[in-house]
Write a protein that binds this ligand. Structure first.
Ligand code: MG
Length: 157
């Protein structure tokens, strides 16, 4: 068994599309990023890489590489999942928190779990996603950023 933790935060700006867990969610602002800025999938990817003691997604997909400009983070996580498979690991369980004032996660929770489940080839019953606000405090609380945390447990196939 290997445990990994992932964290990500992206600045928010008007005119960007909010993508969380691979799902487009209606929102006034969206994340600024070289990719689609999906904090949740980035945190999940880093948790998996961390569990295998590999370098993080920032090293794997550098934001200086034009190949990753505007790329869907679903594709990035798919690559991480491929690496995990090659190393002989499967996801035992994954627990995630999205921190932001908006959007509310609950209505999209099951759709997000389904997307992550499909990419990681793990049952939806072992994937948990929940939302928290930052009680209007700090950059996240003031709606200037969205953040995510993920903890994953991998087991050898
Ligand atoms: Mg990121």
């Amino acid at each position: 068994m290997r445990i990994g933790i992932g964290y990500d935060i992206h600045r928010l700006a008007a005119g960007r599309t909010m993508v969380l867990g691979g799902v487009k969610v209606p929102c006034q602002k969206g994340p600024v990023g070289h990719s689609d800025g999906d904090v949740l999938l980035h945190a999940v990817g880093d948790a998996i890489l961390g569990a295998m003691a590999k370098e993080d997604i920032g090293v794997m997909f550098p934001d200086t590489d034009p190949a990753f400009k505007g790329v869907s983070s679903r594709d990035l996580l798919r690559e991480v999942a491929g690496l995990m498979e090659n190393e002989g690991y499967v996801v035992n369980n994954l627990d995630c928190v999205v921190v932001g004032e908006e959007p509310k996660i609950a209505p999209y929770r099951d759709e997000i779990r389904k997307v992550i489940s499909g990419i990681l080839k793990a049952g939806e019953d072992v994937i948990s996603v929940k939302g928290k606000t930052s009680e209007k405090m700090g950059p996240v609380g003031e709606g200037e950023a969205v953040a995510a945390y993920a903890v994953v447990l991998l087991e050898q196939k």
